[in-house]
Design a protein around this ligand. Structure first.
Ligand code: G3H
Length: 489
């Protein structure tokens, strides 16, 4: 058990003696199901939240603070110091990733290593940015020395499904560009930040990064209401993002970097390599139990091959191994959100009532902390599973005869992150790709949707994102292009 009884403000790990909240794992360590108590975290209040804000505001000091004015090479030294310490905590963090959010061992290790790589790649990109900025430009007799300047104070909130990688993909570029931050870990995946607190404390000047705990309403809202936050950096749901944005008294001044919902479709054309399409749809729909913003959340299959697809796809879903994250070959694991199985059941019941069937034998079978993915067919627009981002183990399948059907649905959707397109005839694929890139931001040809490699832009149209993340883009998202001009006659 981890008793997290400090929080990081102004370079100090302050002791907390007030109320604390228990953190449970949905993984049971006993045979008769009982959630496992993993530890406790401080339930901070408005006072502590505003102290964290003050620390970040003072460290930024209207752009005149030590951190925003620090030389590039010195900020890099701090970041390197951090990542070197972080690497020593791999085993602890990986273990907590498994217990807190139920991520499999290989995926937890991947998340940790990917985050470390992300930090190193960010440092390299930052050096490149600095080299580019060292060059002068000259246009019409005006010489310009371009610089990238920070934006100010960042409130950083990450999601439970990638509590390390996605949060750090916001926090690290924000910090290296000279911003200061208040960071509240996700509700699930919160204890795994504990082993890293000392690394944060000792690597950065005081007030540059402040880490708080508590309910969003109690800690994040008061911070936003002061109007002192310059950037809201959030990966999660649009409800929380909108609420926080609207609490800022001058929301037009607030910059946003947001990764939000998605309903990425797979479109399987009749000439698709069916084995490949099925395997990719399996990983796309079921990896981490479908709890990825990039998961395939709806599958369109051409009517000529839908029967064959459904038969083989359903059998493969039923062959996936369910177990604890550290079990060998495990693919499906307990869900961290206690209310998720009931929600998925509602979607299944609604679809069944409206005419869909569960194609796989195990579909919808529940344990205390899991519901087995149900392959639902035929799904129609009036079903909730068509309309909502399920973010969990249920797989809606539709058939189409005319490609306009999935294209029209995508055009009408509020989301526009990615699509997977399966087919082989280049003459058919080429114009389709041209249409799809104007509906989403990434077309995955004969492969499932994914965010990585993290050098590529990660963003979305409509309600799916604001701003772009990648190693390259994030540095730009958290900074502004400024320049020093002089006449050059
Ligand atoms: O939840 C969204 C994640 O960024 C997905 O990342 O595609 O690498 O699993 P991934």
């Amino acid at each position: 058990e981890i008793k997290q009884d400090t929080y990081l403000i102004n370079g100090e790990l302050r002791p907390w003696t007030g109320e604390s909240s228990e953190v449970y794992s949905s993984i049971s360590s006993t045979k008769d199901y009982k959630p496992t108590l993993l530890g406790t975290i401080p339930t901070l209040g408005e006072t502590e939240a505003l102290e964290a804000l003050d620390a970040a505001v003072n460290a930024y000091d209207k752009g005149q603070g030590l951190w925003p004015t620090m030389k590039v090479k010195d900020r890099i030294i701090c970041m390197e110091k951090f990542v070197i310490q972080m690497k020593t905590k791999r085993d602890e963090v990986v273990k907590l990733l498994m217990w807190e959010i139920g991520k499999s061992l290989p995926d937890s290790e991947k998340e940790f290593d990917r985050t470390v790589d992300y930090i190193y790649n960010t440092i390299e990109e930052y050096k490149q940015l600095d080299r580019d900025n060292a060059k002068f430009e000259k246009h019409d007799g005006v010489r310009a020395h371009i610089r990238r300047g920070p934006l100010g104070v960042v409130l950083c909130l990450g999601p439970y499904n990638y509590p390390l990688n996605e949060t750090f993909a916001l926090l690290i570029p924000a910090l290296i560009m000279g911003n200061t931050a208040i960071f509240k870990p996700a509700k699930f995946g919160v204890l795994l930040i504990s082993p890293l607190l000392e690394a944060f404390r000792s690597s950065f000047p005081k007030g540059v990064v402040n880490i708080i705990y508590g309910r969003g309403r109690t800690v994040a809202s008061p911070i936003m209401k002061t109007g002192k936050v310059d950037v809201l950096a959030l990966i999660g749901n649009s409800k929380s993002a909108n609420a926080l944005q609207n609490q800022h008294p001058k929301s037009n001044r607030l910059r946003l970097v947001l990764g939000l919902e998605a309903k990425n479709p797979a479109i399987v054309l009749k000439d698709a390599d069916l084995d490949l399409a099925i395997d990719e749809c399996i990983s796309g729909t079921t990896s981490f139990n479908g709890q990825r913003c990039t998961a395939l959340k709806i599958v369109y299959v051409h009517e000529d091959i839908v029967e064959e697809f459904n038969k083989r796809f359903s059998a493969k879903v039923d062959a996936l191994k369910f177990g604890n994250p550290w079990d060998d070959g495990v693919k499906l694991t307990p869900l961290p959100e206690p209310d998720k199985p009931a929600y998925i059941q509602e979607l299944i019941d609604d679809a069944l009532e409206k005419g869909a069937k569960i194609l796989n034998e195990k579909g919808g079978k529940t344990t205390d902390n899991y519901i087995y993915p149900a392959v639902l067919y035929p799904v129609t627009k009036d079903m909730r599973v068509f309309q909502e981002e399920q973010f969990g183990p249920v797989i809606p399948v539709l058939s189409f005869s005319d490609i306009d059907k999935p294209l029209d649905d995508m055009a009408a959707s509020n989301y526009g992150q990615q699509v997977s397109l399966f087919g082989s005839d280049v003459k058919t694929l080429a114009p389709l790709i041209d249409a799809l890139v104007n509906l989403v931001c990434r077309v995955n040809l004969n492969s499932s949707c994914q965010r990585g490699p993290d050098v590529y832009p990660f963003t979305g149209r409509k309600d799916s994102a604001v701003g772009t993340l990648s190693v390259y883009d994030a540095l730009r998202s958290f900074s502004i292009r400024t320049f020093v001009a002089s006449k050059d006659n």
